[in-house]
Ligand binder design. Sequence first.
Ligand code: C2E
Ligand code: CA
Ligand code: CA
Ligand code: CA
Length: 279
Amino acid sequence: AKERGNNTLQAYLSTLTAGTYKEFSLANDFRKALQNEEFVLYYQPRLDTITRKIVAAEALIRWEHDDWGLVSPVEFIHIAEETGLIVPLGNWILKTVCRQIHTWSKSGMADIRVSVNISAKQFLVDDFVDSVWSILREFDVKPERIEFEITETTIIPNDSAIVESIRRLRQMGIAIYFDDFGTGYSSLSWLQRFELDGIKLDKSFVTHVPVRWAPTQIVSSVIRLAHSLNLTVVAEGVEANGQFAFLKDEKCEQVQGFLFSRPLPVEKFEELLDVGVLH
Ligand code: C2E
Ligand code: CA
Ligand code: CA
Ligand code: CA
């Protein structure tokens, strides 16, 4: 398996001739970074719109690179996906989240849920659901404490294997959210095909409420549509009070964004969690 990994990495590197030096360097260093655990998770709070209490956090990965500093996931998740290294990376992410939840439980911190971004490539691995189950058991974490966020862009909507994995994960008790809702080509058929727990309204819409007419109408309608299907709505990218007030009026259940907090390293996030309610 290691050899195959190296070959796919070589193949990927050879496609990068037109890429930048930074891209090449990141792709080249990726496997070593995984071995050296150069990755770190940041946590961004998700608030209940009515109480303004932190009810969940989204885990967002960063790479602490010796030469490039803190590298954004936008710059390396695609490398992980194309080389297949997203599978070991994804396992590391889930383990790190579960270890964190375990630590919080033992120290009496608030029982928040943690949402984890899952790449479609991870879903396509045969034993994905089993590996999730064994990681939860390893760290004694209840499935109700975990949520998965999946984006349409990276997923093949007709894949019955994914439908089946989602079904099994939900049966286990893990909530599934459709990330970046509205930005893909088939958001609506997703709602028909997959059984989900909620959607995350993409920030490209949220940014313009309640000022610009079309996005404002879209956001209102999508919230009503989601509610009619018994889905929870989380708005992401909330940066202004006017956006928050509008979303609250429209009965959007949860909000996340720079207005409340940026993604934070775990010690900083714990300080917020101690406060609990954000104003
Ligand atoms: P995403 O899942 O849509 O995550 C939301 C992104 O929006 C995050 O960027 C977050 O920092 C940013 N954000 C949050 N609030 C605001 C706001 O109020 N305004 C603005 N302008 N931005 C806001 P980040 O952390 O750079 O992550 C980018 C993307 O990388 C994520 O988009 C996700 O697709 C991917 N990603 C991040 N962590 C992971 C991971 O652990 N696994 C996988 N597979 N993908 C990840
Ligand atoms: Ca996400
Ligand atoms: Ca998103
Ligand atoms: Ca996104």
